[in-house]
Design a protein around this ligand. Structure first.
Ligand code: GLU
Ligand code: ZN
Length: 332
């Protein structure tokens, strides 16, 4: 597969074994519905994550597709010992059984390295040595940098260490709109230069960045539909750009509303440390938790108690879609 990336870039040359893996992922995706739940093992799941998992599981079962579990474990320093085990336990306890083996991003490091070097050889990446401090200074008004202003875009291609530090690797984005099909709200689009910018694909500490790993894995795993929290909507354009660089169209996305408490605070903030184990200790059982999650989506009356299997048996795809399109979440 030699993929033309634009008038100025040479085609991307991927080794044959990787071309074959990508082609078989695309073939799986053509054959039917495949979605994934992709938690990071940074702590226990809370009810907000579990609700997103439940929505994905329900959609996969109603579409008679596959629901895969991927552990996004690349960011070593943020991983917590025991988190993966508790994630698997909680999903099983709730009856949210996944299909096939657990996929770990750490097992794909070789693939990411191959993709990164192909992108680099094709002139699609550049080294960036901007400090966090510099980026924070140029970003207005709250100090949070939305779009990288491209300082290093035309700098010298020095990839080695300088004053003991390696550069990060940024994707050189072409101008244009990055679009995707959205099942939870209007179709998504972001302007490449104005809203996405030249995102980092390999961090200065050598860790493969989330956008690269996620985009590659959606393709390798043959994901046809992504279900994830709406906080990841703004990340989608960058992932679409990586897939385009690999010559592939993006999957379809459902960015589902996050569960907020009465004060509008995201549950992750309040419940992050406690997780399901805490609810279990307070005597909640699986039908109680599934009932609570489903009631928060207006799928069942408050106070209902039922298993995940009973919930899916009483539900139609239209019913689930209706509840998603009622989500009043913030998009963009
Ligand atoms: N691992 C990411 C997280 O837990 C989610 C990745 C995704 O669904 O794209 O926030
Ligand atoms: Zn820079």
């Amino acid at each position: 597969m030699a993929v033309a990336a634009g008038p100025s870039s040479p085609p991307l040359r991927l080794p044959l074994h990787l071309q074959e893996r990508l082609a078989s992922g695309l073939e799986l995706r053509r054959r039917g519905y495949r979605s994934r739940f992709a938690p990071s093992p940074t702590g226990p799941l809370h009810r907000g994550n579990l609700r997103t998992a439940l929505i994905g599981w329900l959609e996969a079962r109603l579409r008679r597709g596959a629901w895969l579990l991927r552990i996004d474990d690349l960011d070593g320093p943020r991983n917590r010992p025991g988190a993966e085990v508790s994630i698997l336990e909680d999903l099983r306890w709730l009856g949210l059984h996944w299909d096939g083996p657990v996929v770990r991003q750490s097992a794909h490091r070789g693939v990411y390295a191959t993709v990164l070097s192909a992108l680099r050889q094709a002139g699609r990446l550049y080294p960036c040595r901007c400090s966090r401090r510099l980026l924070a200074d140029v970003s207005a008004p709250h100090g949070a940098l939305a779009v990288y202003p491209g300082h290093c875009r035309n700098g010298p291609p020095l990839w080695g260490p300088q004053t003991g530090r390696l550069p990060s690797w940024r994707l050189c984005l072409e101008p244009g709109v990055l679009g995707w099909q959205e099942r939870c709200g209007p179709d998504g689009h972001q302007d490449g230069h104005a809203e996405v910018g030249d995102v980092v694909l390999r961090r200065a500490d050598g860790v493969v960045a989330y956008h690269l790993a996620t985009a590659v894995d959606e393709l390798l795993m043959g994901i046809s539909e992504v279900v994830r929290g709406e906080d990841l909507w703004p990340s989608t354009g960058a992932q679409v750009a990586v897939m385009a660089a690999l010559g592939a169209d993006p999957p379809s996305y459902a960015h589902v509303p996050l569960w907020r408490d009465g004060q509008g605070e995201r549950l992750s903030k309040r419940e992050g440390a406690e997780g399901l184990a805490g609810l279990r200790r307070r005597g909640l059982d699986p039908p109680g938790v599934i009932g609570e999650l489903a009631a928060s989506l207006d799928l069942v009356p408050p106070g209902s108690r039922l298993s995940a299997q009973d919930l899916v048996e009483g539900l139609s795809l239209e019913g689930l879609q209706g509840c998603l399109s009622r989500g009043e979440g913030v998009k963009a």
